[in-house]
Design a protein around this ligand. Structure first.
Ligand SMILES: [Zn+2]
Length: 284
């Protein structure tokens, strides 16, 4: 069975605050056991996590071999102070601070570096993000530093111009990638950036009662159209469901994501990407 190239063991698909709260006084290992057991039963052997600031992902990495799971993690994600990312990681002010965080993640066993370079989708209105992306020059510096340490870079990134900047900066994968355009996709294909479009946390909002269905449907439809175009252009799509996000349960996320990608990419495409990703995102 295909693995999940974008998941969050620390989250439960229901209530983010409650799930995170369980680890407030130290990592609650039973959460990790339950999560991994579920994946093991389903025959899943690859999980690429997004990291967290509470050490859950770090402990999960140590436990994963017991379940026959290759678990790839950045330990924690890195974001610029004052921007989105506090819920999954740690922040930096200066590029020297950033370098220290990269070294720290590496020494804690990170398989790759995760950087947050944009905001989130504002689900109340089509076409809107919660904030502007980081400057292209800064993204380039961040990628270069991680690569110098021998680590691949996963970028949380939405918005066409930030996606283009991230591709030109040499990130190894772009996660989410809402509101892309042809120019951004072209840069991604040219720079061989893997795209994990995580359709499930967008598409599964429809019917959830939290946002207007016509808005979430419009965002999903646009996203799928761009994914199709990317594949036609020769781009590599990774199957990643953002499992743990609201209405995206662990394991079930894989089937959910596959259903969105059906008719756009076949399983052999996704398998090939998974092999590439296992190579690129494992610590060298
Ligand atoms: Zn995520």
């Amino acid at each position: 069975m295909l693995g999940d190239c974008h998941a969050h063991v620390i989250m439960d698909g229901k209530n983010y605050k409650e799930a995170v709260g369980l680890h407030k006084h130290g990592v609650k290992e039973s959460v990790i056991y339950n999560c991994f057991s579920k994946y093991q039963k389903a025959g899943v052997t690859l999980i690429r996590d997004g990291g967290d600031s509470l050490g859950v992902s770090k402990r999960a990495k140590e436990l994963a071999p017991l379940y026959g799971i290759t678990y790839l993690t950045p330990i924690f994600a890195i974001h610029k102070a004052g921007h989105y990312g506090g819920i999954v990681g740690r922040s930096f002010e200066t590029i020297e601070d950033y370098r220290q965080l990269v070294l720290e993640a590496k020494s804690q066993g990170a398989d790759f570096i995760k950087i947050m370079v944009s905001g989130l989708i504002d689900f109340t209105k089509f076409g809107v993000l919660t904030e502007e992306g980081l400057d292209g020059a800064l993204i380039s510096q961040m990628v270069q530093i991680a690569h110098e340490e021998g680590l691949a870079v996963m970028a949380h990134c939405n918005g066409a111009r930030t996606m283009e900047d991230a591709a030109l900066a040499g990130v190894d994968s772009i996660e989410h990638g809402a509101y892309s355009d042809e120019r951004a996709l072209k840069a991604m294909v040219e720079h061989q950036v893997i795209w994990t479009p995580t359709v499930s946390p967008i598409g599964n909002l429809t019917g959830g009662g939290r946002f207007k269905d016509e808005v979430t449907e419009e965002i999903t439809a646009h996203h799928l159209k761009m994914i199709k175009l990317f594949v036609q252009m020769g781009g590599c799509i990774a199957l990643g469901s953002d499992a743990g996000a609201w209405r995206v349960p662990h394991v079930e996320g894989i089937a959910s994501e596959l259903s969105y990608l059906q008719g756009i990419v076949d399983e052999s495409h996704l398998e090939k990407t998974e092999i590439l990703l296992r190579e690129k995102f494992s610590k060298r």
